[in-house]
Design a binder for this molecule. Structure first.
Ligand SMILES: *Cc1c(COP(=O)(O)O)cnc(C)c1O
Length: 496
């Protein structure tokens, strides 16, 4: 297997090259040129393994130039000792059909940990193979959770520096505190005036800026990305969908024939794309249900075939999904168009020029076969948190609640009651104020009073990474204009 670019499929790379580079030189995203398929015997073996064992087996299929020792080192480094009970993706059954896959038992209490605990291992292993001694500079644009998860993953990792930009008004107070208090000698955090798309566009521009690239090269450094455009972020996400299938099979072997639906609260389209890739490899996923908040550009795209980012941007109570440009949709378009790099390039160019594109009738109908799109606003999100807590005694965060709401819409619209896995992407304690407001009328005066009040009102435990933040020291107080991002980077790297 090789990796090719979505905008020029004649550009080939090994896994290590794709991961070390992050993004292809002409702006395209790396994807495998073919997908491995898992046999009955493979699934049987996977079922008998723990998470690390499952991770190793899946990673081996995608990391064509890694040795078995390297894969063992990476998987163990990521998944042993960093997640509650060493279970990164436990399934919690709400009833005999609905399962919540809790992806927030890692160091930052959000699902990004599943990929970002592994990525530093993949990246440093890749860099050794292909960059002979250059320092890797990780640039991140974050809508909240990626930044902290990347900082935790990369802090004090030898041979790396990490710089994180987040929109000053686009993250929750808890997310902001998590990042601003980050420890580590190789980390830099900066808020920018603007929204997530401004941050992401700024980072993408810097990645392809020739002068910056040369300046880094002169200093024996090289940019890479920890955003979900990096293949090293996506491969780890495929693992938990395979793992969820194994867990379902162990409970009910009929899942093999009946399949299951997957619901994903979606922003950049990375998480749901990984579920699609798992399906492509043989996991019997029936419908991929794509849940959006008020920034419902994907719902409209799935329903109309027209992607249009020229619309009002809403700051919602599920900030990690406040996105109007879902970068990983590009990989989906590549797949669904039958690896048509010309079409993908044209669509992406239209998106960056006019903020809009429209796909062919074939692509639209193929999307509609695979996906069901739905959305809900903040008041519906909060109502869903309340109803889910009352009905099942289960407390979910604002992002997960969007997924639960859209799942309920899906069942109402289709009557489909196939077994379902809903991806739960953050701990409710990361968004304590919003979550509490859904459950009770109590007003508090600080973020941590909300955390404690939520615990009291729901009789649930405060995760230790959140509890520990209360007395953390704030190290980063920078706010910059989006035009100043290059200066921030030069200063952080001391290459001014
Ligand atoms: C990042 C994030 C999402 C969106 O995931 P994508 O892979 O970008 O679609 C949803 N929920 C939470 C809590 C997140 O951190």
């Amino acid at each position: 297997m090789n990796y090719i670019s979505t905008r020029n499929k004649s550009l080939k790379a090994t896994a290590a090259e794709a991961i070390a580079k992050g993004i292809s030189e002409e702006g395209g995203l790396f994807v495998p040129d073919s997908f491995p398929s898992l046999s009955e015997a493979d699934f049987k073996e996977l079922c008998s393994l723990d998470y690390v064992g499952r991770a190793k087996k899946i990673l081996r299929l995608f990391l064509n130039d890694f040795t078995d020792e390297e894969i063992d080192y990476c998987a163990k480094g990521a998944y042993v000792g960093s997640f509650d009970e060493d279970k990164p993706a436990p399934l919690v059954a709400l009833d005999d059909k609905i399962n919540i896959m809790e992806l927030w038992h890692g160091p930052t209490c959000a699902f990004k940990d599943l990929a970002l605990q592994l990525l530093p291992y993949l990246l440093t292993t890749s860099a050794k193979k292909v960059q002979n001694g250059k320092k890797t500079v990780i640039l991140v644009a974050t809508s909240g959770d990626t930044g902290k998860a990347a900082l935790e993953g990369f802090k004090d990792v030898e041979g790396t520096e990490i710089i994180v930009f987040y929109p000053s008004d686009g993250v929750s107070p808890m997310q902001k505190l998590q990042m601003d208090s980050q420890k580590g000698e190789n980390v830099c955090v900066c808020a920018i005036k603007g929204n997530f798309d401004d941050a992401q566009t700024g980072v993408k521009r810097i990645f392809t800026d020739k002068a910056m690239k040369e300046l880094l090269a002169d200093n024996n450094m090289l940019f890479s990305s920890a955003n979900s455009i990096n293949w090293g972020r996506l491969a780890p996400q495929i693992i938990y969908y395979v793992s969820a299938y194994c867990d379902l099979l162990k409970k009910d072997s009929a899942t093999r024939e009946n399949g299951f639906n997957v619901v994903v609260p979606t922003g950049n389209f990375g998480n749901i794309l990984a579920a699609y890739y798992a399906k492509k490899m043989g996991v019997p996923v029936k419908k991929l249900i794509c849940a959006s908040n008020a920034n419902n550009v994907l719902t409209d795209f799935i329903n109309t075939g027209k992607y249009d980012r020229n619309r009002e941007f809403f700051t919602t109570c599920s900030p990690s999904m406040d996105i109007l440009i879902s970068s990983n949709l590009e990989r989906m378009l590549f797949e669904i168009s039958g690896n048509d790099d010309k079409t993908v390039s044209a669509l992406q160019e239209s998106l960056s020029k006019d903020g809009v594109y429209e796909v062919s009738a074939e692509i639209k109908s193929a999307m509609g076969e695979l996906f069901w799109g739905g959305c809900c606003d903040d008041s519906e999100t909060l109502k869903t948190i309340n109803e889910t807590f009352k009905k099942y005694g289960y407390l979910c965060d604002t992002h997960t609640a969007v997924a639960v709401n859209v799942y309920n819409q899906y069942v109402a619209a289709t009557g489909d009651n196939t077994t379902t896995v809903i991806a739960s992407t953050a701990s409710p304690y990361k968004f304590a104020k919003s979550v509490l407001s859904a459950i009770s009328d109590k007003e508090e005066n600080s973020e941590f009073s909300y955390v404690r009040a939520l615990s009291e009102a729901t009789n649930t435990k405060i995760p230790s990474p959140i509890a520990e933040l209360e007395n953390a020291e704030v190290r980063f107080k920078n706010v910059c204009d989006k035009t100043e991002m290059t200066q921030v980077i030069k200063k952080a790297l001391k290459i001014d």
